[in-house]
Design a binder for this molecule. Structure first.
Ligand SMILES: *[C@@H]1O[C@H](CO)[C@@H](O)[C@H](O)[C@H]1NC(C)=O
Ligand SMILES: *[C@@H]1O[C@H](CO)[C@@H](O)[C@H](O)[C@H]1NC(C)=O
Ligand SMILES: [Ca+2]
Ligand SMILES: [Ca+2]
Length: 152
């Protein structure tokens, strides 16, 4: 009984601190069960997604599936008002948007008039404009980015 209590206690502390269930430096969000991390390094979209993949198995640029997840990433994970890559792109076929983590494209938060594909924009950044929405941008542009991975 005593052992069980101690084990339970240690497990809850780890959950609260977000340790072990997330790779180092990632923030755990219990609402989705995923871990998130912001990187201020300026990389192209493909380099950013590859970088995420070096951090943990099946780690990709963040996919976003609700307004609350969008807000959590912006306010808690990033915490500043710059642009950052998320995993949404239409590199394969213009207008056919997919997430690099292969999750379903079920929700979007495009800014007014976006995506506009001006000069072949096939990649997406968040935090666009005063209403903090999404914009398609040239994939070769270098931006900071957010990685996301399922918690252990
Ligand atoms: C995208 O940006 C790159 C450099 O950042 C540029 O070389 C390329 O021409 C741009 N593509 C288009 C279609 O404008
Ligand atoms: C298209 O979106 C870009 C941002 O990616 C913006 O700078 C540009 O003004 C928009 N073009 C038009 C025609 O609305
Ligand atoms: Ca496009
Ligand atoms: Ca655009």
């Amino acid at each position: 009984m005593k052992t069980l209590l101690i084990v339970t206690c240690v497990l809850s502390i780890n959950l609260v601190l977000g340790q072990e269930i997330c790779p180092s430096g990632f923030v755990y969000w219990d609402k989705t069960g995923y871990c998130y991390r912001y990187f201020s390094n300026l990389l192209t979209f493909n380099d950013a997604d590859s970088y995420c993949g070096t951090l943990a198995a099946a780690c990709s640029l963040a996919s976003i599936h609700s307004l609350s997840e969008d807000g959590f990433i912006r306010d808690v994970v990033v915490g500043m008002s710059n642009y950052y890559w998320i995993g949404l792109n239409d590199i394969g076929w213009n207008g056919d948007f997919v997430w690099t983590d292969h999750s379903s494209f079920v929700w979007s938060n495009w800014g007014c008039g976006e995506p506009n594909n001006t000069n072949q924009e096939d990649c997406t950044h968040a935090n666009f404009g005063l209403s903090h929405r999404w914009n398609d941008e040239n994939c070769s542009v270098r931006l900071s980015f957010v990685c996301k991975v399922l918690a252990n």
